[in-house]
Design a protein around this ligand. Structure first.
Ligand SMILES: [Mg+2]
Length: 215
């Protein structure tokens, strides 16, 4: 069926909705590709080693389940098996992209929007950092104060109103995190990536618990 035939098979409303969904998906995929940063070297275990280990584990499972490893000339149609697995793979990839991009706002998008509202003394020179540091601790204090009042007035039960006001305060904290990153010549996405890599490294070395910034 040609593209023109397909166009005639949907009503104008259906075609309009399909076109809108297509544009949205295209925008999401372009957004993923555009914002993908260069890899940052870190201490986590190389992925190829994790993959080799997983292959060995699955081979062992396969031997238990089927009584043999996967071998050539085993009587199965490998192309059909591969096709079925690839269909599943594409569904999992699409699921993950849909889950990641249910909102079009990325860390860099947020940083850009936060920058547009950033007006304070000494911005992006030597004194701006004083303002953003005090702002960060001030907003963290406001968040803490909301929780204190929940304990005092609501027996520690966070209701809908309290939840919303605490989420707003977390947003204020995020704004100052973004501006502190900017004052340090960086951005929110870099801060997030550095944090994830640090935690992944600690997890790989089994030192999530304990203390010390450099563990
Ligand atoms: Mg606030």
């Amino acid at each position: 069926m040609s593209g023109a035939d397909r166009d005639r098979d949907c009503s104008s409303q259906e075609c309009s909705e399909l076109f809108r969904m297509g544009e949205l998906m295209d925008k999401r995929l372009k957004n993923v590709a555009k914002k993908e940063p260069l890899p940052i070297k870190n201490d986590s275990e190389p992925v190829y080693r994790q993959l080799i280990r997983m292959i060995e584990e699955r081979a062992a499972m396969g031997e238990v389940k089927h009584g043999t490893h996967l071998q050539a000339n085993n009587g199965r149609d490998a192309l059909m098996d591969a096709l079925q697995e690839s269909i599943d793979l594409n569904q999992y990839l699409m699921q993950k992209i849909a889950e990641r991009k249910h909102s079009d706002i990325t860390m860099l998008d947020y940083q850009d929007e936060a920058d547009k509202t950033a007006q304070y003394p000494g911005r992006l020179n030597s004194s701006g950092m004083f303002y953003t540091t005090m702002g960060l601790t001030g907003e963290a204090g406001e968040f803490s104060d909301k929780m204190k009042k929940v304990i005092r007035d609501k027996s520690g039960v966070i209701g809908t109103d309290e939840k919303m006001s605490m989420l707003h305060e977390l947003g204020d904290v995020l704004w100052y995190v973004a501006q502190n990153a900017r004052e340090l010549g960086s951005d929110l996405e870099t801060v997030a990536q550095m944090n994830i890599h640090k935690l992944a490294s600690r997890q790989a070395r089994n030192v999530i618990g304990g203390s010390g910034d450099d563990r």
